[in-house]
Structure formats: structure tokens, C-alpha cells
Design a protein around this ligand. Structure first.
Ligand code: NAP
Length: 256
């Protein structure tokens, strides 16, 4: 997709911006004129994304920040840092920070269930709540929050009882947030990627990758940039009449 300027001067926070889909979202948003806050628990990774961002438009002062989305204190600090630096809250937020810790249901340790839910679901809650509160306090007129679910939150996946449950929760959280926040001019939508080539899926055994790929009607894994394109649409005014939606970016995987 050709770059546009539809996010010109929008301040965008991207959690998990240090890697994979989050990094691609940061790059896409910057190329469309946004000021990007790259937030990740991995500082060096966030800085690497920061260095890769385009600065073709005036006043594109991007920044990198460390955050642990599963910590309320850390998320609130991040929102405060953004306010101090830009004198306004982010009006766009994409919550890509996420983890996996796979195992079969019968072997899943409670600790690994809790950790994945804490980062993926509670982290999305904490970021959505803090960012929305800052938007409401500043009277933002065009807020857009894009959460990142997963197609497995809809259909389930062997070995991912924790992850699939957390992602189903993200989708439901997003629908509820959309209902509650529309009166404040804030839209909330969920992207549901299928099988995307990132460091997260690099951990998946080759055998599983080729089996999954064979099930994708478009015949290949997706690229992070293909998810970023959808996030950019949902962040921008081009989607101004869309809220509470879940958009599958799966190459047709599990369409039925
Ligand atoms: P990724 O390459 O592993 O990137 C995720 C980033 O989030 C990493 O930089 C990670 O840091 C960071 N992160 C993890 N826990 C965090 C925390 N508590 N606070 C702040 N940052 C944290 O994964 P990805 O494939 O791009 O996935 C991005 C999102 O898309 C995730 O929510 C994932 O569940 C979702 N998704 C991915 C796929 C796929 O096929 N790749 C499919 C569906 C949904 P560390 O590297 O230090 O962990």
C-alpha cells in the first residue's frame, strides 16, 4: 500500500513496538506522518525500532519508552511521560505487546496460564484504561484504540489454552470498550492476525508451520506489514464509522 499522510501529526502509542507486528505498526504510522511512541519491555529493541522510523514530515519527534504492560504503575508512568513530553495524550494506541507460553491443557502450569493472561489480557486492559482516561481528560475528539487479538481466540488452538483464552478476552474487552467510549469520541477495534512471520512464530517448529501454512487459503504466512496496514486504517479517519469491530488478517485461515 502506498504511504499517505492520513496520520499526519497524530500522536500514536504502540506497545510491543520493539518487535514483529508492533515494529511494523510503528514504521507504518511514522511513514503516514504520525509521531510515534515506541513502548516495549525491551529497551534496546524499542530503540532499534525508533532508529528505523521515517521523519519525512515536520515535527516528527518520535520517542522510545520502556513499559511492562502487565504493571499498572508502569503503564501509568508511560502515560505520564507522554503527557510531559508532548503536552497531550496519545490519540491513537495499538496494543501489540503479547507473549506465548504454550503447553497442552493437561500439562499447563498455573503460573504459565497466569503470566500469559497478565500480559495479553490484563495488559490490554491496563493500557486501554489508562490511555482512554488520558484521552477523555484532554477532550480528544478522534481517539482510536486498536487492540491485537488473534484468530485462535475465536477458534482455539492445540497447546494454547492460555493464549487463546487471553485473546478471546481481548476481543470481548474491545467490544465493551467500544460501547463505553464512543460517547467520548473514542473508537476501539480489534485486529485478529492469523499466522504472521515474526520472532513469536519463529519459535514454532517447522513441521507445525508447514501444516498451518497448508491450511491458509492464500497459501502463505502473513507479513507484519500486512497487519500494520490494517492497524493504520483503523487508526485513521478512513475508519471513522467503525467501532467494536474485529478484523481478521489471516489470509483466509479458518474462514469456515
Ligand atoms: P513479538 O515479535 O514477540 O513482539 C512482541 C513484543 O512485545 C516483544 O518486543 C515483547 O518483548 C513485547 N512484550 C512482551 N511482553 C511485554 C510486556 N509485559 N510489556 C511490554 N512489552 C512486552 O510478537 P508478534 O508476533 O509481533 O506479536 C505481536 C502481537 O500480535 C501479540 O499480541 C501477539 O499475540 C499477536 N499475534 C501474533 C501472531 C503471529 O502469528 N505472530 C498471530 C496472532 C496474534 P520480548 O521480546 O522481551 O518478549
Amino acid at each position: 500500500m502506498a504511504a499517505t499522510t492520513r496520520l499526519l501529526s497524530r500522536l500514536a502509542l504502540v506497545t510491543g513496538g520493539g518487535s514483529g507486528i508492533g515494529r511494523a505498526v510503528c514504521q507504518r504510522f511514522a511513514s503516514e506522518g504520525a509521531l510515534v511512541v515506541v513502548a516495549d519491555r525491551d529497551e534496546e529493541a524499542a530503540n532499534e525500532t525508533l532508529r528505523s522510523l521515517s521523519r519525512d514530515h515536520k515535527v516528527q519527534e518520535h520517542m522510545a519508552a520502556v513499559v511492562d504492560v502487565s504493571s499498572k504503575q508502569s503503564v501509568e508512568n508511560l502515560v505520564a511521560i507522554i503527557q510531559r513530553r508532548y503536552f497531550q495524550p496519545a490519540s491513537v494506541c495499538v496494543t501489540t505487546a503479547g507473549i506465548t507460553h504454550d503447553d497442552f491443557l493437561l500439562r499447563m502450569e498455573e503460573e504459565h496460564f497466569d503470566k500469559v493472561v497478565q500480559v495479553n489480557l490484563k495488559g490490554t486492559f491496563l493500557v486501554t484504561q489508562a490511555v482512554a482516561a488520558a484521552m477523555v481528560a484532554s477532550g480528544v475528539s478522534k481517539g482510536s484504540i486498536v487492540t491485537v487479538g488473534s484468530i485462535v481466540g475465536k477458534v482455539g488452538n492445540i497447546g494454547q489454552v492460555n493464549y487463546s483464552a487471553s485473546k478471546a478476552g481481548v476481543q470481548a474487552l474491545t467490544r465493551t470498550a467500544a460501547k463505553e467510549l464512543s460517547r467520548y469520541g473514542i473508537r476501539c477495534n480489534c485486529v485478529m492476525p492469523g499466522f504472521i512471520s515474526t520472532p513469536m512464530t519463529d519459535k514454532v517448529p517447522e513441521k507445525v508451520i508447514s501444516k498451518m501454512t497448508s491450511l491458509v487459503p492464500l497459501g502463505r504466512m502473513g507479513e507484519p506489514a500486512e497487519v500494520a496496514d490494517v492497524c493504520s486504517f483503523l487508526a485513521s479517519d478512513d475508519s471513522r464509522y467503525i467501532t467494536g469491530a474485529s478484523v481478521e488478517v489471516t489470509g483466509g485461515l479458518f474462514i469456515g
